[in-house]
Design a binder for this molecule. Structure first.
Ligand SMILES: NC(=O)c1ccc[n+]([C@@H]2O[C@H](COP(=O)([O-])OP(=O)(O)OC[C@H]3O[C@@H](n4cnc5c(N)ncnc54)[C@H](O)[C@@H]3O)[C@@H](O)[C@H]2O)c1
Ligand SMILES: N/C(=C\C=C\C=O)C(=O)O
Length: 480
């Protein structure tokens, strides 16, 4: 039975709350561990350690030193690759292949990219004319913000947490991570890697717990926290933004999405189906960038429905399709499966719970599901479900497709499939999202701006954009 401890000031600790909460394995519902719940006392201790680190050896390191340390952390993740795979599989129940080829390698990649970025991004300077003719020199420098609160979701725990921690540390900040209560494993394990890599105590801290009246809530309200970066549900973002307003602390938000794919009749069907097979069903549909709305130009509609049905029915729950994260989340997804039928959907495939072998019958399994025939007002077409499902809707013009794709408060990502690249560029510029893929999906260059518009987020992460959030840019003017 695992015991997930906090990691504060370089040491593992049960904390003082005396409370723990259970960790169940999503694939079979088995109790696999207890997680120590942190409260105000643990957050106070972590903030104390993080602030002290800002005045200790960490603050005296050069950018090159920090860059080298980020690489050492990346190497540490690779060295313990199997431990991270095992920890994340236990937490999420997702197939080993996805962990090994996608989610865990990104943990190391996230540290490596910011080891490079932090050394290679210049700041600006200006030669300023002055009335006396001798001029002045203006130049900018970057300084770390200080202590960053990092609050993460359960769907890609290591990837999403290190996507924030790596730039934060590369820029010289200290962090206090509050992992999701559903997935304590890899954030805790990273503490061991930080110690082994030589990251000074107090720079990386982990406090487990929940949101309101628990570690998460206290972290967002603590006056010793200089900024908060959060990935999670839009409504949680609203609550965190209100907490951050006290003390006027900066926020970076990666929130929910209701992403469309737009498939034109001239699209390469094989390319499209390969991408949609992942964007709808990867991680059991628990990917913020995933597709739950498929718009298809009418001549291709029947072929695409048939092709995606084949992709869905080729998935094997327990082998190539993992479970949902929790019983509660499965109830939410199944409620939408019922709503879809109540609102008049035709169920192309799925719509319920798969029959699982006895040993997995306690897991949070649902069938990959495809609907057609719903009106645009249907809840399934407008609300984020975060499961392995999509509704497919025909369209007859480019203008209609753009209007329907934009008819949502979210604005995270879209995927456009067409052989006509002039049209691809034109439509991409019109769909109001932060991230657009053309004839692809989830193809990532970590230097690019990542983030959503509207209810999908505030700010951008990736490359120099992360530096904008994790540093304070200061201008210095020198009279010559
Ligand atoms: N835009 C992105 O890049 C992105 C990436 C992954 C997931 N997501 C979104 O995340 C959601 C799924 O993740 P989730 O269910 O863990 O989200 P969630 O909002 O329920 O929880 C996220 C984290 O916030 C904490 N939390 C909850 N309430 C809080 C509060 N009031 N104060 C402080 N902390 C609080 C939780 O304990 C958890 O650690 C989906 O909506 C998905 O779209 C977005
Ligand atoms: N933030 C990223 C992925 C988000 C996945 C959402 O579930 C990334 O690829 O950097």
């Amino acid at each position: 039975m695992a015991h997930f401890q906090h990691f504060i000031d370089g040491t593992f600790t049960h904390g003082t709350s005396g409370r723990t909460f259970p960790k169940y394995r999503p694939s079979d519902g088995a109790l696999i561990g207890h997680v120590h719940e942190g409260g105000r006392a643990e957050i106070d201790l972590a903030v104390q350690a993080a602030r002290a680190a800002q005045k200790g050896p960490w603050a005296r390191l050069t950018v090159d030193d920090r860059s080298d340390l980020m690489r050492a952390v990346a190497d540490g993740i690779v060295r313990r690759f199997d431990d991270f795979v095992a920890a994340e599989m236990a937490d999420t129940g997702q197939p080993r292949s996805m962990m090994e080829h996608a989610f865990i390698p990104r943990g190391a990649a996230n540290f490596r990219i910011f080891a490079d970025v932090v050394k290679n991004v210049a700041t600006e300077s200006f030669q300023t004319p002055t009335p006396d003719g001798r001029g002045a020199l203006n130049y900018a420098i970057r300084k770390p913000k200080g202590v960053i609160g990092v609050i993460c979701p359960w769907n890609a725990p290591l990837l999403l947490m290190t996507w924030k921690v790596a730039p934060a540390l590369a820029c010289g900040n200290s962090v206090i991570v509050k992992p999701s209560e559903e997935t304590p494993g890899t954030a805790t394990l990273l503490g061991e890697v930080m110690n082994d890599a030589g990251v000074p105590a107090g720079v990386y801290n982990v406090v487990h717990g929940f949101g309101p009246d628990s570690a998460g809530g206290y972290l967002t309200q603590h006056p010793g926290v200089d900024a908060i970066t959060f990935t999670g549900e839009t409504r949680t973002g609203t609550a965190i933004m209100q907490a951050a307003a006290h003390g006027l602390r900066d926020v970076s938000f990666e929130l929910g999405g209701k992403n469309s794919a737009i498939v034109f009749a001239d699209a390469d069907l094989d390319v499209t189906l390969e991408a949609l097979g992942r964007s709808v069903f990867l991680n059991c549909g628990q990917v913020c960038l995933g597709t739950e709305r498929v718009l298809v130009e009418r001549p291709l509609f029947e072929a695409l429905v048939a092709g995606l049905k084949e992709k869905a029915e080729a998935l094997r729950p327990g082998a190539t399709l993992g479970p949902l994260i929790s019983a509660e989340h499965r109830e939410k997804v199944l409620s939408y499966y019922e709503k879809a039928v109540a609102e008049g959907a035709s169920v192309v495939t799925g719509g319920g719970v798969p029959t699982m072998p006895e040993e997995l019958s306690g897991g949070h399994w649902v069938q990959p599901t495809i609907w057609t025939g719903l009106a645009d007002e249907a809840s399934v077409w407008n609300e984020e479900i975060f499961g392995p499902c999509c509704h497919i809707r025909p369209f007859d013009s480019e203008e209609e497709a753009i209007a329907v794709a934009n008819a949502t408060d979210y604005g995270l990502s879209t995927a456009i499939f067409t052989r006509d690249l002039s049209r691809a560029h034109r439509v991409a510029a019109e769909v109001d999202v932060g991230i657009t893929w053309v004839n692809s999906w989830f193809l990532r260059d970590l230097r690019t701006p990542f983030g959503g518009t509207g209810h999908s987020g505030i700010g951008r992460e990736g490359g120099v954009h992360s530096l904008e959030f994790y540093t304070e840019l200061r201008n210095i003017c020198v009279k010559l």
